[in-house]
Design a protein around this ligand. Structure first.
Ligand code: FES
Length: 136
């Protein structure tokens, strides 16, 4: 980046970097939680997967295809939640996601950033429900 670049440019570059070189991309064979979701408006999709241990996310991975923000957000999210308490992940909000992507994508494209978080939360909620059922 040249000297005239702003902090926003830097964050945008980070998004592009995650989009072009996604972290934790691929299928997890032995995932505890798995959820595929898509944005009906554009068809972009993600599948979030996670492995749990002692109430925390031990490992997270994703696959998907779509716009730079949706895919970069999924990549950034897998890094952010590794080692995090499951309940804290379920409680994450739009504001938390904005802190992770570090740009304000605007009211329409915020949905792109939220796709991965919503999929992940649905997967974890499903995992928790199955665990409760199995314990009965
Ligand atoms: Fe489809 Fe971003 S344009 S999720």
């Amino acid at each position: 980046m040249d000297q005239t670049g702003t902090i926003e440019d830097l964050y945008r570059e980070e998004i592009m970097d995650h989009y072009q070189n996604p972290r934790n991309f691929g299928k997890m064979e032995d995932a505890d939680a798995s959820y595929h979701d898509y944005n009906p408006v554009c068809g972009d999709e993600v599948e979030m997967q996670a492995k749990m241990e002692s109430g925390t996310v031990k490992e997270a991975m994703f696959t998907g295809k779509g716009c730079a923000i949706s895919q970069a957000a999924a990549s950034m999210l897998t890094e952010e939640i590794t080692g995090k308490n499951i309940k804290a992940v379920i409680a994450m909000t739009k504001d938390d996601m904005l802190k992770i992507v570090r740009i304000n994508p605007g009211p329409v494209r915020i949905k792109c950033a939220m796709l991965a978080l919503r999929a992940l939360q649905k997967g974890i909620i499903q995992y928790e429900a199955n665990k409760t059922k199995a314990a009965k």
